[in-house]
Design a protein around this ligand. Structure first.
Ligand code: FAD
Length: 522
């Protein structure tokens, strides 16, 4: 039987959307290329949620989010998150997990230091999903296209683990595909996060907003034999950062300790580390950290590499962490495409030019719920209008050229890091556009045979598309703001640039068009 609602992506936003849609009476198909909950960025998270200190102090929270976002946020959406966060917190508390509180923040605790808190969180939410009889999980289904007609979306088409083409039809589809950190050579995301949702949305005619705003985190491990994991505060006070000559970087740049630098000056700290890395390797020195500190977060996550980290300084780098831009939705999670909804990281507007820590997961709960309820309501109201959909066209053809896709991935990620990374320039971004367009065309011509190759090519098409959007939107913004730093325009320019970028794709000409609209005009 066809579901009423398809949710694409089973991270925290997608699972929340599925639960809400089911609660509102819909039959739901929850689709993910991997498992439900695990394999997502939500599972990698530190499971910290931010919101107003109390419902009566929502205005304070709104002001803070706008301040961090440098006033590019969509105010109506920030207010909605502020209003609905108490319901989200109640849901979080109902999960029966251990939750630590500081004013305005809720953190899920992991009882085992080697288990990431995000894993504890998504496992529990996935249990709730599994217990709902009207949510059908489609694991291992990679969605390649939205099925659309002039009347709106009517389903999704993809490929399953056995390589079979599959279509699922439904009058409403919720995109919950997450962000695109893995298009960069340095990132702390899951390796599969390549902007698939942005490409699906743009393919359905949706504009992408503020794509130039990409948040970097200052410190991830950058050793060939170690995973590129983020090391988040609190660092033990014995931890230091050193440059290639062994000089103490925190002293050199008058930055106090690592924790303060990360919490208070994340973007400039990341930019400083990126600049230092050009001159030679930058390392964290954990040799003086006492045994006892290795039992606690964050060092407990490095247990496997403990002896190595204790014998020598290990290389670190800033890395891409989060995408602030994405698709526009209304109060019910609707996009401008009939029947198409979105939630989670791929939605634009809450964060403006920079994200406040803990707001991404709060957004997953609020936007997931509103999209699930919105989609279920929409299906009820429109069930009579269903038309006979146009049949889905088959597999997109493979090209003729032999291409080493892994090499292409490396090249693309390097272009992203070099030309759309922590600090950018007009010249660099223009060169980046030329390079990524070349890669985009190479991908179109690439011959693919195995299932793995087909999926990798699709991932890379999404990555290249997303990078084109990041660079195109960035080229026109002649200032620095929030996470977006340009060395040729180092100052924030409120007189001219209190504007959101809107990037649209014309599939016929394959051109991206960007315009900049005064804030909150949309
Ligand atoms: C290391 C790390 C720590 C973080 N810590 C925090 C924190 O403590 N607090 C906070 O607020 N934020 C944090 N964040 C950010 C936050 O985790 C993410 O923004 C959030 O989890 C995104 O959730 P989501 O549901 O939108 O997407 P995800 O959780 O990324 O899930 C998206 C899912 O969709 C699937 N998918 C995508 N495209 C397709 C397709 N075409 N077909 C099928 N499946 C598809 C993906 O494979 C993935 O499984 C952190 C991020 C990272 C990387």
């Amino acid at each position: 039987m066809s579901p009423d609602v398809i949710v694409v992506g089973a991270g925290l936003a997608g699972m929340t959307a599925a639960l809400a849609a089911e609660e509102a009476g819909a039959d739901v198909a929850l689709v993910d290329r991997g498992a439900i909950g695990l394999g997502t960025n939500s599972a990698l998270s530190n499971a910290v949620f931010s919101g107003p200190i109390s419902p009566g102090r929502a205005d304070e929270y709104v002001d803070l989010v706008l301040r961090v976002g440098k006033q590019l946020n969509r105010v109506a959406y920030v207010r909605q998150v502020a209003r609905e966060s108490s319901g989200a917190v109640a849901f979080l508390q109902s999960l029966g997990l251990e939750i630590a509180r500081i004013p305005g923040q809720w953190s899920v605790r992991s009882a085992r230091p080697e288990v990431i808190p995000g894993v504890v969180l998504v496992r529990r939410v996935a249990e709730l999903v599994a217990a709902r009889s009207r949510i059908r999980a489609a694991r291992g289904l990679y969605v390649r296209r939205l099925l659309t007609s002039p009347d709106g979306v009517f389903g999704v088409a993809g490929v399953d683990r056995g390589g079979r083409e599959r279509t699922i039809r439904a009058p409403a589809v919720i995109l919950a595909c997450g962000g695109a950190g893995a298009i960069y050579s340095r990132h702390d995301n899951q390796a599969s996060m390549m902007g698939q949702g942005y490409r699906l949305a743009a393919g359905a005619g949706l504009a992408l907003w503020d794509m130039e705003f990409v948040q970097c985190y200052p410190i991830v491990l950058d050793e060939p034999e170690m995973p590129m994991v983020m090391i988040y505060p609190p660092y033990p006070r014995e931890a230091t950062l050193i440059d290639a000559s062994g000089a103490d970087l925190l002293k050199k740049h008058h930055l106090g300790d690592i924790n303060q630098a990360i919490v208070r000056e994340r973007d400039t700290f990341a930019a400083m580390l990126a600049a230092e890395a050009h001159a030679g390797s930058v390392c964290v020195d954990l040799r003086a950290v006492p045994d006892t500190s290795w039992a606690f977060h964050p060092l407990s996550l490095l247990a496997r590499f403990r002896s190595e980290c204790r014998s020598r300084p290990v290389r670190i780098s800033p890395a891409v962490h989060f995408f602030m831009g994405g698709v526009q939705t209304d109060e019910e999670g609707r996009t401008s495409h009939t029947g198409l909804f979105a939630c989670g990281e791929m939605v634009w507007g809450l964060h403006g030019a920079n994200r406040m820590g803990g707001n991404a997961l709060m957004e997953c709960l609020v936007s997931g719920r509103r999209a699930g309820l919105g989609a279920a309501r929409w299906v009820r109201a429109h069930s009579e209008d269903a038309t006979d959909p146009v049949p889905a066209s088959g597999e997109t053809v493979s090209g003729e050229d032999r291409v080493d896709l892994r090499d292409l991935r490396r090249r693309l990620q390097d272009v992203a890091w070099k030309h759309a990374g922590v600090v950018r320039s007009g010249e660099g971004m223009a060169a980046g556009v030329r390079m990524v367009e070349e890669l985009w065309h190479t991908l179109h011509r690439a011959r693919v045979g195995t299932l793995r190759e087909r999926i990798l090519r699709d991932d890379l098409m999404s990555a290249a598309f997303t990078l084109r959007a990041v660079l195109t939107a960035g080229l026109g913004r002649l200032e620095s703001r929030g996470s977006f730093l340009r060395d040729d325009y180092p100052a924030q320019d409120d007189a001219r640039w209190l504007k959101n970028s809107r990037t649209s794709w014309d599939p016929d000409s394959d051109r991206l068009h960007v315009d900049y609209l005064p804030v909150n005009a949309a």
